[in-house]
Design a protein. Structure first.
Length: 131
């Protein structure tokens, strides 16, 4: 059996550290529970901090009658604050942003509506001009 030298001990320690380090570098796998897919997003209609927030998949009859103009920006989902449309967009990682809280991604359109209400601090949501 070869003699254990300082060089061999350090080489073995470095190899173990490198092996343990690669375990932590692997990106976590996202699941439907972490980032719900479009099909699993449920409609909502609630009062949050005194403001009525609504959301539903685009094309759903009823709430607004304006579903045809989204052009894919909302990921097929329409959100409203007190009846005014809140433009939302789905990011590649599954998170959502709105024109009001553009730099604060959230997990769901409902969370985007709530974040917009928080950011508006009682101010009215003004219509956003379509391009």
């Amino acid at each position: 059996m070869p003699e254990l030298t300082r060089r061999r001990a350090l080489t073995a320690a470095a190899a173990l550290a490198a092996a343990a380090g690669t375990q932590t570098l692997v990106a976590p796998v996202t699941s439907a529970a972490t980032h719900p897919r479009q099909g699993s997003l449920e409609p909502f209609d609630e009062v949050y901090k005194g403001r009525r927030i609504q959301g539903h998949p685009s094309g759903m009859d009823g709430m607004d009658g304006m579903d045809d103009h989204h052009h894919g920006h909302g990921g097929g989902y329409a959100v409203f604050v007190d009846g005014a449309e809140l433009h939302v967009m789905r990011n590649a990682d599954g998170s959502w942003i709105s024109v009001v809280s553009h730099y604060d991604p959230v997990r769901t359109p409902r969370a985007a509506a709530r974040a917009a209400v928080d950011e508006l601090q009682g101010a009215a949501l003004l219509p956003f001009p379509a391009n």
